[in-house]
Design a protein around this ligand. Structure first.
Ligand code: VGL
Ligand code: ZN
Length: 201
């Protein structure tokens, strides 16, 4: 049983959004089509309160892309993005979400960020995604969406660690930086993930 996890296909992560991934919009038609090949489709949504500590705006004197420590976890400071209920947090225009059976929202705790769709970055709280997938009999997960070296990568790495056979669909994601994309793919492979193109599905 295989599931497609569509990660953070939200307005703020495509050109025009506040944390735009270059060419992020290009993957939308491909993901729409890919969904047909899966028994189950789920999505994640980055879903931050306005006072979220991953926002540079909540750290006076700091700039976007500076890093700070949140508890013991190093945090990159981002522009304000994906604020709960706002346009930036909605699925991108043109994304056909009719096949999405469940949406897992993350990044809701103002004190800690959550790149993975499974856990927060401190691995303290689960979103319930793993139990949901297991409850549906899923053993293979395929990840796609935005951004390649953050939320897509960390979702894939957690899926591997949780025992799912994990595929990272290289052409159904886009990265904030090409260097980051390269490192993400290396990390995925070194942890036992599988790198594929959508035409192999
Ligand atoms: C993401 C940075 C901050 C992502 C989310 O979806 O990759 N990146 N929040
Ligand atoms: Zn975020």
């Amino acid at each position: 049983m295989k599931a497609l996890i569509v990660v953070d296909l939200q307005n703020d992560f495509v050109p025009g959004g506040s944390l735009a991934v270059p060419k992020g919009h290009e993957i939308v038609p491909l993901i729409n089509q890919l969904q047909e090949k899966f028994d189950l489709v789920v999505a994640t949504q980055d879903w931050h309160p306005r006072n979220h500590l991953s926002f540079a705006s909540n750290h006076p004197g700091k700039n976007v892309y500076d890093t700070v420590l949140l508890g013991e976890v190093e945090q990159i400071l981002w522009p304000d993005h994906c604020i709960q209920g706002e346009t930036g947090a909605m699925f991108v225009k043109g994304y056909d979400d009719r096949r999405v059976e469940a949406i897992f929202r993350k990044g809701t705790n103002p004190e800690i960020d959550s790149y993975s769709g499974f856990f927060d970055n401190g691995r303290k709280k689960s979103t319930g995604l793993a139990d949901y997938l297991r409850g549906r009999g899923v053993n293979q997960v395929y990840v796609c969406g935005l951004a390649a070296e953050f939320c897509v990568l960390y979702t894939a790495l957690d899926a591997i660690e949780l025992g799912f056979e994990t595929y990272y669909i290289e052409d159904a994601t886009r990265a904030l930086s090409q260097e980051g994309f390269k490192e993400a793919k290396e990390m995925l492979l070194s942890r036992g993930g599988k790198l594929i193109n959508s035409d192999m599905i």
